[in-house]
Design a binder for this molecule. Structure first.
Ligand code: NDP
Length: 271
């Protein structure tokens, strides 16, 4: 029996005619979100920095799901690039109904080696990036009296951990943004939620494993097993598990769920 996919969620296409924008949609959790939303019938726009990776993912989704896919190259920490990208995808597929703020980095450093540049890079992408992208869709969602915003935060947005002060601060900020905007947007038919994954099997975890290997001399298998063991279910979370939670929050029928930080971490954090 599969442990990674709930087939029933995809029995229908309730998002047909909707437009979902996914930042960092070219790979990892963002690509899985794009796939899940496309399976539910949404046309999707993917925003990230690599044109080649975006083109590959676009082809894959179009071929598999038969929906429209737009792409835009942008660094979501750059306000001008964000504005240009959202204008382009809105021209292509109309005003977005759904935004998944997913683009992010997860670098670690002991606090005494956390430079101002390192701090600002993390906050600019993980937190300010979500703010900038949300600003691009919020006005149209208010006018439409409908919207779904899902911020991919982290369990580190709810708990502190050593050696990742900048990352944890950025993700706590994302949860704060989520909770506050949810209250403000509640009467406008817009829901705002966060999904908080534990260690998820993507390039980001591969980079964390490489970092542990480099710093400690341990084997990659050991490092990966240690990260997996932080979850009570004893394994890494899959990108699809995170994406299906995000997709569920984007359903029209999820209209009463807002301001939540939903943990997908195999029981690692209970809130
Ligand atoms: P990946 O590194 O696998 O993918 C990151 C995605 O974001 C890529 O599409 C990348 O494309 C894009 N991206 C990175 N930087 C930028 C930027 N400046 N502007 C635009 N796009 C950018 O990461 P994950 O899928 O693992 O992570 C996705 C989100 O999930 C992040 O916010 C992360 O913090 C969060 N998360 C991840 C966990 C994990 O264990 N993997 C656990 C908890 C949370 P490109 O490089 O081409 O721009």
């Amino acid at each position: 029996m599969t442990t990674t996919s709930s087939g029933d969620l995809f029995a229908d296409t309730p998002l047909t005619g909707q437009h979902a924008v996914i930042t960092g949609g070219s790979r990892g959790i963002g690509a899985a979100c794009a796939d899940a939303l496309a399976r539910l019938g949404a046309n999707v726009s993917l925003v990230s920095r690599s044109a080649d990776a975006l083109a590959t993912k676009k082809q894959e989704i179009e071929a598999a799901r038969g929906v429209k896919v737009a792409t835009a190259v942008a660094d979501v920490a750059d306000p001008e690039e964000v504005e240009t990208a959202f204008a382009a995808v809105t021209d292509a597929l109309g005003a977005p109904h759904i935004l998944i703020n997913n683009a992010g980095i997860g670098k670690s450093a002991p606090f005494h080696r956390t430079t101002l540049d390192f701090w600002q890079e993390t906050i600019a992408l993980n937190l300010t990036g979500a703010f900038l992208c949300t600003q691009q869709v919020y006005g149209a969602m208010r006018e439409a009296k409908y919207g779904r915003i899902v911020n991919i935060a982290s369990i580190v947005g709810l708990h502190g951990y050593a050696y990742i002060a900048a990352y944890a601060a950025s993700k706590h900020g994302v949860v704060g943004l989520t909770r506050s905007l949810a209250l403000e947007a509640a009467k406008s038919g817009i829901t705002v939620n966060a999904v908080c994954p534990g260690y998820t099997d993507t390039d980001l975890v591969t980079e964390a494993v490489d970092n542990i290997v480099e710093k400690t001399g341990r084997s990659a298998d050991d490092a990966r097993a240690e990260l997996a063991s932080t979850s009570p279910i004893g394994r890494l979370i899959t990108p699809e598990e995170v994406a299906e939670t995000a997709a569920w929050l984007c359903l029209p029928s999820s209209s009463a769920i807002t301001g939540q930080a939903i943990v997908v971490a195999g029981g690692a954090v209970q809130n």
